[in-house]
Design a protein around this ligand. Structure first.
Ligand code: NDP
Ligand code: GDR
Length: 330
């Protein structure tokens, strides 16, 4: 029997990688999208005719129940969220509605329609925040530093609670930062690689950044969606940290990315105090020993490889866009 999966947040970075992975494994893949006046399905454009998309919203309980009832999936991956940390200070209530209460709404839909559905929650290393130990593992206490981080802590615990209360096969993947050429352009890796391409090709001259000293454990999104799927294939539901175990600063990222295009970053990068956060997380580094041991998961892309992949993809894309513009101007 063909297995059915439902992905919320299918139009996002991880949604696109996970949809591709599940299609390749022979799943029938359904995606939840929210209604907008203009469709923004760029990341899944190439997969579009192999997917079934349904309109629903994390804010609307009935829409989620109807969706789960219509699709009747065996697996639900809850990737939808307000995922950009700075926006969570500007819109803390909306962030809580999507990123915290949205998880309960979806779990309620699962519980009501079919509690045998396996459920994945996209938890985050942002929950560790002001870290109590390094590296962080599944036992490390949380100290979130943004409304986003606080909302993710709620989403994490409600997932654990539905597992304990109703025996739902619910897993929480505590994922450290993961990136790709499909990463949103406001996140620091993609902001930098997009700027490098635009500077190299002569359509941008400066790049403003915030805290260059912040350190993160950055991996490749394609590897991380693999871990999500693996969690739902186990005998028992559980929570797992997913990380590379290596950390780098934003400054390291900038050096590598500009270096890839033979540019000296000192000539282009400016610091902008407006980009500093009200409360910063200075450092994060994960210990994924449990995922390695139990799931057999391994990251396959190193940080320098990731930066090269992203710079090269942006150089190619910006080059193509500029060529298209000059062709259509002729
Ligand atoms: P993106 O920001 O790229 O994608 C977020 C997705 O959520 C989009 O598809 C968006 O839809 C959807 N969405 C937002 N609000 C709603 C809503 N109210 N109803 C329905 N859909 C909604 O995130 P990523 O792919 O990077 O991350 C996926 C998940 O993993 C998120 O929950 C994120 O918080 C979490 N996470 C990500 C990490 C990372 O490093 N990437 C690390 C740890 C956790 P639309 O296209 O309409 O905006
Ligand atoms: P993060 O990712 O907040 O870790 O959340 P982001 O790339 O936004 O920031 C990483 C670090 O870079 C510093 N920084 C800047 N960040 C941005 N966005 N723009 C800048 O100009 C800039 N300059 C320096 C930040 O201060 C920060 O320290 C991501 C999201 O995907 C979350 O949804 C996810 O949960 C976590 O990763 C794990």
């Amino acid at each position: 029997m063909t297995r059915k999966a439902l992905i919320t947040g299918i139009t996002g970075q991880d949604g696109a990688y996970l949809a591709k992975l599940l299609l390749n494994k022979g799943y029938e893949v359904h995606g939840m999208v929210r209604r907008a006046s203009t469709e923004s399905f760029e990341r899944i454009a190439r997969l579009r005719d192999r997917l079934t998309l349904h309109q629903a919203d994390l804010l609307d309980q009935l829409s989620l129940i109807t969706l789960v009832r219509e699709v009747r999936p065996q697996e639900v991956y809850n990737l939808a969220a307000q995922s950009f940390v700075p926006t969570s200070w500007l819109q803390p209530l909306l962030t809580s509605e999507f990123t915290a209460l949205g998880v309960t709404r979806l779990l309620e839909a699962v519980r009501l329609v079919d509690p045998k559905i396996r459920f994945y929650q996209a938890s985050s290393s942002e929950m560790f925040g002001k870290v109590r130990q390094e590296p962080q593992n599944e036992q490390t206490p949380f100290w979130p530093r943004s409304p986003y981080g606080v909302a993710k802590v709620y989403g994490h615990w409600i997932t654990v609670n539905y597992r304990e209360s109703y025996s739902i096969f619910a897993c929480s993947g505590i994922m450290f930062n993961h990136e790709s050429p499909l990463r949103g352009k406001e996140f620091v890796t993609r902001k930098v690689t997009d700027a490098v391409a635009r500077i190299k090709l002569g359509v941008q001259d400066k790049l403003k950044l915030g805290n260059l000293d912040a350190m993160r454990d950055w991996g490749f999104a394609g590897d991380y969606v693999q871990a999500m799927w693996m969690m739902l294939q186990q005998q028992q539901p559980d929570d797992y940290v997913v990380a590379t175990g290596q950390k780098h600063s934003v400054r390291d990222l900038v050096k590598l990315a500009f270096g890839r295009a033979d540019l000296d970053w000192h000539d282009y990068v400016q610091s902008d105090p407006k980009l500093l956060r009200p409360a910063e997380i200075n450092t994060l580094r994960g210990d994924a020993s449990k995922a390695r041991k139990v799931l057999g998961w391994e990251p396959t892309v190193t940080f320098p490889e990731l930066v090269r992949m992203m710079v090269d993809a942006d150089l190619e894309r910006v080059g193509r866009e500029l060529a298209d513009q000059s062709n259509s101007a002729q």
